[in-house]
Design a binder for this molecule. Structure first.
Ligand SMILES: C[S@@+](CC[C@H](N)C(=O)[O-])C[C@H]1O[C@@H](n2cnc3c(N)ncnc32)[C@H](O)[C@@H]1O
Length: 177
């Protein structure tokens, strides 16, 4: 015999997550605006001169590049760069740019999701100084925490020559073995 608690059966059926929330937290959204407190703490340490991926509204530095200028195609040499890159598949390109820009004389600090199982993490993040953030960030105006952990990866400027032997093929980053 199945006993149904009248209080439970009176509850409304569960509803799906509001669609707006799902989209806001998906990787389709590139606008994971850095929390001001996180930026200010890092800026106090590094004194950033360039934000290469932003809109004019969420730029963290006076000198900055939006998608229209394509920060990936710009020269970061000599700059102290803060980058919170787009979190889509192109994030590997930004990490590659950060790593090679450091080899060419920039200091680059990256705020990224701590996706330690990805190719880009192993190809680039592991070559930097990794600081895992405790807890989860609240990006932009969000009241809820992000559904992923974050890390700060620091690539300090180096005089070593850049030897980039990786390349992208069919949307996959291919690395030399
Ligand atoms: C995660 S948000 C970070 C925004 C801001 N820099 C911050 O820290 O709050 C990534 C930004 O990169 C911008 N973006 C996307 N593709 C870009 C490109 N090719 N060049 C420059 N900016 C780009 C997006 O519009 C978005 O504002």
């Amino acid at each position: 015999m199945v006993v149904v608690d009248s209080k439970v059966s009176a509850l409304p059926a569960p509803v799906a997550e509001p669609r707006k929330l799902a989209v806001h937290f998906s990787s389709q959204s590139n606008e994971w605006t850095t929390p001001r407190s996180v930026f200010d703490e890092l800026d106090g340490e590094f004194h950033f001169t360039l934000d290469p991926c932003c809109t004019h509204e969420n730029a963290k530095c006076k000198r900055h590049f939006t998608a229209a200028e394509n920060g990936l195609a710009q020269n970061w040499k000599g700059q102290t760069v803060f980058t919170n890159p787009p979190y889509g598949r192109e994030i590997g390109l930004w990490m590659r740019k950060a790593y090679h820009s450091a080899l060419a004389g920039a200091t680059v600090v990256c705020l990224v999701p701590a996706r330690t199982d990805t190719i880009w993490w192993h190809a680039y993040a592991t070559k930097g100084e990794v600081r895992f953030l405790k807890g989860r960030l609240k990006f932009g105006n969000a009241t809820a925490s992000a559904p992923f952990p974050s890390a700060v990866v620091v690539f300090r400027k180096s005089r070593a020559k850049s030897k980039d032997r990786s390349h992208w093929h069919n949307g996959q980053l291919e690395l030399p073995i």
